[in-house]
Design a binder for this molecule. Structure first.
Ligand code: KG4
Ligand code: ZN
Length: 347
């Protein structure tokens, strides 16, 4: 087994439709292999039953490649970390059971990781380019396909969700709008691409009036739908003709809604470090706008490298390292958690 200060952790992520495995030595990533499931594209969204079957097919080869790329053998490992939740039960079970079997077979400690925490903690990975790690407290805007959260990360990495969505997530807004435009799943990356050729001011959408630091995206989704319906009535090729403008305007609206509340949170909590995390943090407009916000509010901005935006096991590995250092290990009877009632934080 490796020495405690600089452990070798094998991490596994299988919460949704990406099977991923990573090996970390301390806070450095030796390998991070992601196998994305193409099978869901034609269904316009993730089909849970298919996702778990794909994970079962992929998990052994993905772990194998991750170990090989890292140049590490199973008997050198210090611990196994895996995503406990939130996510799809069938998908989570594959990663959870695989990690449990491996930990039992090798006699290694097991670490259960919250996927949402892992997105935030990806900022604490030390890259070879010598990136400056965030200082705590930090506010993180975590935006993914299922979640939209403003997270306050305190000393000791304990986390508090200070704002969340009351209906759809930001990624869901991208994906649902893409679906009505006939674009394949997941829609976010494609909308981002088409938006680069469009006018963000072509169409405007109402800004939701939600109290405090919470979000709502269902109104935007509805007004986008109504706009398409009304304008297509007068011109059947409206959508084809204006697709890029529609994408650019929608992307502008989503980034604007996200950052208005985030700006408010920065003022309330007076933090000096801010960050972006989750799949939607790959969005080019959001990445640019948060840099601008950081300048305006005199904050250090932490934007994840592209490979750590969407789901990946490296982020599970760094979250696992933090738990490892605190001695927070899971029992072999640990089970997946599809939904957390309260965000547990790494306390
Ligand atoms: O974190 P993630 O990989 O999976 C979840 O935990 O949900 O996030 C996936 C979400 C999807 O909704 C996808 O459309 C969105 O991230 N996404 C983007 C971009 N890349 C991924 N949304 C907007 N712009 C992007 N470039
Ligand atoms: Zn995610």
């Amino acid at each position: 087994m490796n020495v405690p200060g600089n452990p070798l952790i094998l991490a596994i992520e299988s919460s949704c439709d990406d099977t991923s495995a990573a090996v970390l030595r301390g806070n450095r990533v030796l390998s991070n292999v992601v196998s994305s499931q193409e099978i869901h594209r034609k269904y316009g969204g993730v089909v849970p039953e298919l996702a778990s079957r794909e994970h079962q097919k992929n998990i052994v080869p993905v772990v194998d490649v991750a170990l090989r790329e890292a140049g590490v053998t199973l008997n050198q490992l210090s611990a196994i970390a895996f995503t406990q939740g939130p996510g799809l039960m069938g998908s989570l079970l594959v990663g959870c059971n695989f990690a449990k079997s491996l930990s039992m077979a090798l006699g290694l400690p097991l670490i259960a990781v919250n996927h949402m925490e892992a997105h935030v903690l990806a900022h604490f990975i030390q890259n070879d380019d010598g990136n400056a790690l965030p200082e705590l407290p930090m506010l993180c805007l975590t935006v993914s396909g299922g979640h939209t959260q403003i997270v306050l990360v305190k000393e000791g990495y304990s986390m508090e969700v200070v704002g969340t969505t009351i209906d759809d997530a930001a990624g869901e807004a991208f994906d649902k709008a893409a679906k009505v435009m006939g674009l394949p799943y997941p829609g976010g990356p494609l909308i981002d691409k088409l938006a680069s050729e469009g006018d963000p001011y072509a169409f405007s959408f109402p800004v939701p009036q939600v109290p405090g630091l919470n979000y709502s995206f269902s109104g935007l989704k509805t007004s986008f739908l109504y706009l398409l319906r009304d304008r297509t009535e007068g011109n059947p090729s409206f959508m084809e003709e204006r697709r890029n403008d529609l994408c650019a305007s929608l992307q502008y609206a989503i980034a604007d809604i996200l950052l208005r509340k985030f700006r408010k949170a920065i003022s309330m909590y007076e933090v000096k470090h801010i960050a972006l995390a989750g799949g939607v943090s790959a969005n080019s407009r959001l990445r640019k706008e948060i840099e601008r916000l950081g300048e305006e509010m005199s904050c250090f901005v932490h934007v994840p490298p592209m490979q750590y935006c969407t789901d990946n096991a490296a982020m599970v590995g760094i979250a696992g390292l933090i738990r490892y250092q605190k001695g927070e290990f899971a029992d072999i009877a640990v089970r997946p958690i599809t939904r957390y009632e309260n965000f547990p934080g790494t306390g």
